[in-house]
Write a protein that binds this ligand. Structure first.
Ligand SMILES: N[C@@H](CCC(=O)N[C@@H](CS)C(=O)NCC(=O)O)C(=O)O
Length: 207
């Protein structure tokens, strides 16, 4: 059984969606970053960075959310493109999501809702909103005229990018200036795995 360490409302949610897609048995071992649980001696022995998600895939330990999902797609042969060329594009979109899009998104989230009020800086949130426009324009152009990032089929590239953009739901970000992104998000988020991730995230956040 695959073990996923993390809480579904964190970056571990991305791995929940992927685990649903690969249809392998898994269990979530709840580790809530808000209480420091990700930095216990047990967790540091799994991921010395002190972060989640971490998976234990039948003895193989993988951390870093994009690596977790690319590993699962590769090992269980689901959502991984067949050609090296398309796999290359799946990697570039996955790394793009966490290098270009995630940082401004997190600045917005942290400084508008997640940090204690006295630590929030509205200027950082405003700068994040401005910076985010550049990667969103890139993504919108890439999706124009296509159902999915690599063509006609949903792949791990879509899952990884969509799951990173999923953080935008916490601030009800308005994607209407990006029509290709808006309709692609609808297609991706309709998938049962995405729905499951959302349900588990809401339940874990509340509990
Ligand atoms: N680049 C890493 C970032 C992981 C990360 O920062 N996770 C957060 C939760 S979303 C965490 O574990 N924070 C707890 C901590 O740093 O103590 C990834 O994508 O997996």
């Amino acid at each position: 059984m695959i073990k996923l360490y993390g809480a579904p409302f964190t970056r571990a949610g991305r791995a929940v969606w992927m685990l649903e897609e690969v249809e392998q048995p898994y269990e979530i071992i709840s580790k809530d970053p808000r209480s420091g649980e990700t930095r216990s001696p047990e967790m540091l022995s799994l991921n010395p960075n002190g972060h989640v998600p971490v998976i234990d895939d039948n003895g193989t330990i993988i951390w870093e959310s994009m690596a977790v999902n690319l590993h699962l797609a590769d090992k269980y042969q689901k959502l991984m493109p067949e050609t090296a060329e398309l796999r290359g594009q799946a990697y570039h979109w996955s790394f793009w999501a966490i290098t270009e899009a995630e940082a401004p998104l997190l600045d917005i989230l942290m400084h508008s809702m997640f940090l204690p009020e006295d630590q929030r800086d509205p200027d950082v949130a405003a700068a994040g909103l401005e910076t985010l426009k550049t990667p969103l324009a890139v993504l919108d152009a890439a999706l124009t005229g296509k159902d999915y990032l690599l063509g006609g089929e949903f792949t791990v590239a879509d899952l990884n990018v969509c799951a990173v953009l999923g953080f935008a739901a916490y601030i009800q970000y308005d994607f209407s200036p990006y029509p290709a992104i808006a309709s692609w998000l609808g297609r991706c988020n309709d998938r049962p795995g995405a729905q499951k991730m959302g349900q588990l995230a809401m339940a874990a956040m509340a509990g």
